[in-house]
Design a binder for this molecule. Structure first.
Ligand code: ZN
Ligand code: ZN
Length: 239
């Protein structure tokens, strides 16, 4: 599982563009979810997975809590996973603690650190959340597929991206950083400006239809305007 990265192709990126929200967020969130489901199935009998999980002190806040919403039947596995971390990592650290260790000099001795690089607390450094790490790889792959399709002037990629909700700002920024082709970067920026104008117009229309004078008018496409605005700023919701 350590080197597990799901395969992504053009089709996956095009399909994600056809769904609501930022397509890169969608692919990232889906891959993280699939990864966690796989972990829940394999964890108990996979020593390398257990080791990786413990070295990271479990998952980050979002992925740790996300575990309980995946498959209710696997809550026993979640319990075993966190028993591993508590016994292998947390318990030894707390047992080495004493009141004196919580003061500056004790902390430095506890971790064998020099004065200048003493940690700010007693939780030792650990590896990043494995689910986040996988998500970042998928995110980079998906952005590269998008950039390559746009660089080759693939009409299908352009049209699908244009018809989509567009990239969130974090993924636009990453695409602009990864993109080597100036014309593609310019295209992505122009798309983002068009997307912003569209959202602002929808927000205005949404507010107008909440005015008592126009409340009889049916709310149309603009009903998702506030979700689109949140997505643009912070990325799609992880469902
Ligand atoms: Zn995104
Ligand atoms: Zn995470």
């Amino acid at each position: 599982m350590k080197d597990y990265v799901p395969h992504l192709g053009d089709v996956a990126v095009l399909e994600a563009c056809a769904q609501p929200g930022c397509p890169i967020c969608r692919l990232k969130n889906e891959s993280e979810r699939k990864y966690l489901v796989l972990v829940l199935h394999d964890y108990v009998d996979a020593p390398d997975l257990r080791e990786e999980f413990c070295q990271a002190w479990g998952y980050c806040h979002a992925h740790a809590w996300g575990l309980s919403t995946l498959e209710r039947g696997n809550l026993l596995t979640v319990a075993i996973m966190y028993q591993d971390v508590l016994e292998r990592e947390t318990k030894p650290v707390l047992e080495r603690q004493n009141a004196a260790a919580l003061t500056g000099g004790g902390l430095r001795r506890l971790f064998g650190k020099k004065e200048q690089d003493a940690p700010a607390g007693f939780i030792p450094p650990h590896t990043p959340c494995p689910a986040c790490r996988l998500g970042e790889l998928v995110e980079t792959n998906a952005i590269n597929i998008l950039l390559s399709g746009l660089a080759k002037q693939e009409a299908r990629m352009r049209q699908t991206l244009r018809a989509s909700d567009g990239l969130c700002l974090a993924h636009l920024q990453k695409a602009l950083l990864l993109g080597k082709d100036a014309a593609v970067r310019e295209y992505l920026l122009s798309q983002a400006k068009a997307q912003l104008a569209e959202i602002l117009a929808e927000l205005k229309e949404f507010a107008r239809k909440h005015d008592y004078r126009f409340q009889h008018e049916e709310i149309g496409e603009e009903r998702r305007c506030w979700q689109r605005a949140i997505t643009l700023i912070t990325g799609s919701q992880n469902q």
